[in-house]
Ligand binder design. Structure first.
Ligand SMILES: [Zn+2]
Ligand SMILES: [Zn+2]
Length: 293
């Protein structure tokens, strides 16, 4: 089966599983399946550049192998880093690279919240006002290129097996759909290791509990606990409002949302309320939030 078909097979299977879990264990049972922006999110799902960047990464594996063979053939010494860990067992490669990839992604995700110009790209993902399996896919193409390509290239250079890359890809997709799902699962004591729907819902909250926000984890929650960016309120309750401040002036159409990061890179002025960094917008939002909750 061609790789892209194999990927779509897993995408449909994972979506069906998470969708079914939501039907049985919904955190908000009244939340409609065909909710606001459902059609647009289907667009983001179908035209999701994650596939492209993943496919490029897997193609990179073949390219690295070809390069290695070509260098050997012409009696050139292959760079030592190339294929350095290619002889490790597949499960070991999976665990080591899942952890490394997740740590890289956690750092990138924090940067997306820290730097105003990156936040303009990431805003699209935070524009969901309801979370479910489909909200996973709402992300700007530019963001996906930063995330996936930058992350998979080092794995390719180090010689990670393409089957391991594919397994990591499927596992990450499952975790991403799960943490965005309309579920209230927190994993008990495993919450310190694995990201959960409960933890990630607070990442999407308008209310901020740190300088740049909270709960930046992708598949693992480890980094948020280690670097004190985790927010885990007790008693457990869902965030009162998802999104960011001044959502009402954020564009609504797919086209406008794609162009928004480019058009919004204007110098910030006191008189320009439309250009708001995550720090400012959410800080302003916090008092309003606490009054309402
Ligand atoms: Zn985020
Ligand atoms: Zn999210």
């Amino acid at each position: 089966m061609p790789l892209y078909l194999k990927f779509y097979f897993w995408l449909l299977l994972i979506s069906a599983i998470v969708f079914s879990l939501e039907r049985f264990f919904a955190r908000h049972p009244q939340q409609e399946i065909v909710r606001h922006d459902f059609g647009q999110d289907l667009f983001w799902m179908v035209f999701n550049t994650q596939y492209v960047s993943w496919m490029l990464a897997i193609m990179g594996v073949y390219l690295a192998r070809w390069l290695n063979t070509a260098l050997f053939h012409f009696h050139f010494p292959a760079p030592e880093s190339l294929g350095l860990i290619a002889h490790w067992s597949l499960p070991l490669q999976f665990v080591v690279f899942l952890v490394l990839k997740d740590f890289l992604e956690w750092n990138i995700h924090r940067s997306l919240h820290r730097f105003p110009w990156l936040w303009e790209l990431h805003k699209l993902h935070h524009s969901s006002q309801q979370l479910d399996w489909l909200a996973t896919f709402r992300a700007h193409w530019g963001e996906m290129i930063i995330y996936k390509f930058v992350i998979y290239v080092p794995l390719v250079i180090l010689g990670v097996d393409d089957r391991v890359i594919f397994a990591i890809l499927v596992f990450s997709l499952f975790m991403q759909e799960l943490v965005h799902a309309n579920l209230d699962w927190g994993w008990g004591p495993l919450r310190y290791v694995l990201n959960s729907p409960r933890l990630h819902a607070w990442h999407h909250s308008v209310e901020m509990h740190g300088r740049e926000g909270q709960n930046f984890g992708i598949s693992l929650a480890l980094w948020d606990w280690m670097f004190r960016t985790a927010y885990w309120p007790a008693p457990q309750q869902p965030p009162a409002k998802l999104g960011f401040l001044e959502m009402e002036i954020y564009p609504r159409s797919v086209w406008a949302r794609l162009w928004h990061p480019l058009l919004s890179r204007r110098p910030r002025t006191e008189a320009d309320p439309s250009v708001n960094s995550p720090n400012e917008s959410k800080k302003k939002a916090a008092p309003a939030q606490s009054q309402s909750s």
